[in-house]
Ligand binder design. Structure first.
Ligand SMILES: Nc1nc2c(ncn2[C@@H]2O[C@H](COP(=O)(O)OP(=O)(O)OP(=O)(O)O)[C@@H](O)[C@H]2O)c(=O)[nH]1
Ligand SMILES: [Mg+2]
Length: 201
């Protein structure tokens, strides 16, 4: 016979919701990544790449690209029944940088996507999160046809601090993207725990 609280139906768990940013240079696959994992139809703000933008919109390596994000991508994924992530994909082009501060408000952490053919395009995103002390993980989106480099080479090229996780991924693959998101959450939570612990002399 059951007494007390145990006789009640279990209360539904209200999940913790966390906000993550998906950043990186132009055309590295941010919109693709959000779309690959989102369980809701992702909100996209794509505009067609125009002839006028051709000199500044460098599509080398992503020649099939016809649109670009002009405000943000938004998606949601339930990692566990008690943990829901809201994903905000940033616009990749420099002219939309002013939106980043808005998008970064309240973010627990970020994924910086990188393409090894155009690594320099992701420098600005790495700098942005380093300066603001927002924990981030670098995920190399392994496009077909791009040379594969060892993680250490990419890490050195991006001049990453040793504690920043770096992993390879396929932005089109749900399971691969989930691993990246789990890594960001773990990294951000570990860092929060370390910051809370009193320094040992
Ligand atoms: N082969 C391959 N193509 C990819 C991959 N990820 C993205 N793409 C393609 O690359 C192009 C760029 O992807 P997007 O997701 O729009 O890139 P983005 O980072 O959101 O671009 P911006 O918002 O313009 O900065 C699209 O044509 C995708 O279909 C990948 O992992 N492999
Ligand atoms: Mg995009």
């Amino acid at each position: 016979m059951a007494f007390g609280r145990s006789s009640h139906r279990p209360r539904p768990v209200s999940p913790v919701t966390l906000k993550l940013l998906v950043a990186g240079g132009f055309g590295v696959g941010k919109t693709t990544l959000v779309g690959a994992v989102s369980e809701i139809r992702p909100l996209r703000t794509e505009e067609t790449l125009s002839e006028a933008g051709r000199p500044v919109d460098d599509v080398d390596g992503v020649e099939g690209k016809t649109t670009t994000t002009v405000a943000m991508d938004f998606g949601r994924i339930t990692l566990r029944e008690d943990l829901v992530l809201y994903l905000f994909g940033t616009p990749g082009q420099d002219r939309f940088w002013f939106l980043w501060d808005e998008l970064a408000q309240g973010a627990l952490g970020a994924v910086v996507l990188a393409d090894t053919r155009r690594l320099a395009d992701s420098f600005a995103a790495v700098d942005y999160f380093e300066r603001r002390g927002i924990p981030f993980t670098v995920a190399v989106n392994c496009f077909e046809g791009a040379d594969r480099f060892p993680a250490e080479t990419v890490r050195a090229a991006l001049d990453l601090d040793p504690e920043v996780p770096l992993m390879m991924c396929d932005a089109r693959d749900r399971e691969s993207v989930k691993e990246v998101l789990v890594a960001v959450v773990e990294h951000a939570l570990n860092r929060a725990t370390l910051l809370r612990e009193p320094a040992v002399n």
